[in-house]
Ligand binder design. Structure first.
Ligand code: SF4
Length: 247
């Protein structure tokens, strides 16, 4: 893993998903096979394989505060093209320091991660009534998770993290995307652990080789995504959990 410390000039970017997005790191140690964020390599000049480099934006917390002083408040997505709680966050605490500022200013925040390291900051989340925390989960089958997301925490750890956050009174959601084989069982696994769920299909082709290698091609077609999302939406509806299909 190649780690560099960098001092960017921007940190609070406009986003099409929410008002703003903050990415405290360039690159992601989780290195998911299908990750769309690998396009960042083109913009940052990285030649290393995705998942094998991380730039830590060590000035991010100071820079964020200066930018927030000049911008109108809005919802901030943490993060869009890296996991804000990837392992290096344990050392650098850049996400935590950025969140401290966002909470102090009272801006709404949507966190999205695959890591139970997010539990470290529960006390901070409880200081805000405008924060929601999401864990991305793509399959209830951890063997499938290992094929597509070998560097990320297990499915079980993520679901447990959602449960603990929910019990702590934090608004939680599950980003069920991309829907991988074995995703069908997630409705039962997430029961009473989330306030809402988002469903999306596989939209990128970076991980097609994994489907081919393991004879899973039947689960990357329109039919699979349509029927599976319909079943999940109905399972979540029975539990009274709001489910939004994004495709
Ligand atoms: S955790 Fe998210 S940002 Fe990181 S590699 Fe996986 S999909 Fe990409």
């Amino acid at each position: 893993m190649i780690v560099r410390e960098i001092y960017p000039r921007s940190i609070l970017s406009k986003s099409k998903v929410f008002d703003y997005v903050v990415n405290p790191y360039v690159g992601c140690q989780h290195g998911c096979t299908y990750c769309y964020a690998r396009f960042m390599k083109r913009f940052t000049g990285h030649k290393e394989p995705w998942g094998e480099f991380v730039d830590a934006k060590v000035n991010a917390p100071d820079l964020l505060q200066r930018k927030m002083d000049k911008m109108p408040p809005g919802r901030v997505w943490v993060s869009g093209v890296c996991d804000p709680y990837q392992p290096l966050e344990r050392t650098y605490e850049l996400t935590k320091k950025c969140l401290e500022t966002l909470v102090r200013y009272g801006w709404p925040i949507t966190i999205q991660t695959k890591s139970p390291l997010v539990l470290r900051d529960v006390a901070l989340f409880r200081e805000s009534d405008k924060i929601e925390v999401g864990l991305s989960v793509a399959s209830a089958d951890d063997r499938v998770r290992q094929l597509f997301e070998p560097g990320a925490p297990s499915t079980k750890e993520r679901i447990k993290a959602l449960e603990e956050l929910h019990l702590a009174g934090i608004k939680t959601y599950a980003m069920i995307a991309p829907m991988l084989p074995g995703v069908e069982e997630l409705a039962a696994e997430l029961s009473k652990k989330v306030d809402y769920v988002l469903l999306d299909r596989m939209n990128y082709h970076y991980g097609d080789w994994v489907y081919r290698k393991h004879n899973l091609e039947s689960t990357m077609c329109d039919g699979f995504f349509a029927s599976t999302s319909k079943k999940l939406a109905s399972d979540f509806a029975r539990q009274g959990i709001e489910c939004q299909v994004l495709f």
